[in-house]
Design a binder for this molecule. Structure first.
Ligand code: TYD
Length: 222
């Protein structure tokens, strides 16, 4: 039986990675085989492209070329990691996926929506997430959390300081959630981490029934 594919999305500072790993631990406690990964990156080829993108080296090529590079990284990630894991029956949890491209390159980078959709169709095909959590925060809170997290480190290519950026990001994610309620669930991330994690866990149980998943043999001690 094919495993399930769950993605986490949202702006900077919304707590995606923390929530993705909490969910992975909870699934593992039920003996579900889990692969926890992230984009851009997640596979050796894609990690190389990640560096090119986040260092800003690809910026002079323009946002369209960046969208193509994100798609190339995703293609490698899907081919070498995500699809094989799903076929083995493992559950894949990915920190950022297609909605990040739609929002950052599409809505914020002004890449034509048709180009984004075509890249998506070619690269992702029917390996669409079964469930996407969109972690939502008011723009000022996301901005402040991202700044605090960054400390004195330099901002990467896609981290910016403006409130307008965070507000547009939020609106773009909420629009995706409104358009695809079957796949997407908006999570209020202003609450304490454990409350957010409990809501996510309840939704996963309700929608995907992990207790019924086949037990992962890899985790069984011999
Ligand atoms: P990362 O350091 O992984 O930070 P985080 O996910 O915690 O924000 O940075 C990933 C950056 O790449 C982030 O600013 C969003 C951006 N990004 C895109 O612009 N398009 C994409 O398709 C993906 C996957 C990420």
């Amino acid at each position: 039986m094919r495993g399930r594919f769950i993605t986490f999305e949202g702006g900077e500072g919304t707590g995606k990675s923390t929530q993705a790993s909490t969910l992975a631990r909870r699934l593992e406690a039920l003996a579900v085989g889990v692969v926890l990964t992230r984009e851009p990156g997640g596979s050796s080829g894609a990690e190389i492209v990640r560096h090119v993108l986040l260092s800003g080296a690809a910026k002079p090529l323009g946002t369209e070329a960046e969208a193509i590079l994100f798609a190339a990284a995703r293609d490698d990630h899907l081919t070498t990691l995500i699809r094989p894991a799903l076929e083995r029956g493992q559950w894949v949890i990915c920190d950022r996926f297609i909605d990040s491209t739609r929002v950052y390159q599409g809505d914020l980078g002004a890449v034509d929506r048709r180009i984004i959709r075509r890249l998506e169709r070619v690269v992702v095909g029917d390996t669409m997430p079964d469930l996407t959590f969109i972690l939502d925060l008011p723009a000022e809170v996301g901005l402040e959390r991202a700044r605090r997290r960054r400390g004195n480190n330099e901002a990467d290519r896609f981290e910016t300081e403006t409130l307008e950026f965070h507000a547009r990001l939020r609106d773009a994610y909420l629009a995706i959630a409104a358009a695809e309620p079957q796949r997407c669930v908006v999570i209020d991330s202003q609450r304490p981490k454990n409350k957010v994690a409990d809501e996510i866990w309840a939704i996963v149980n309700r929608r995907l029934d992990p207790a019924a998943a086949p037990v992962s043999l890899e985790d069984v001690e011999t």
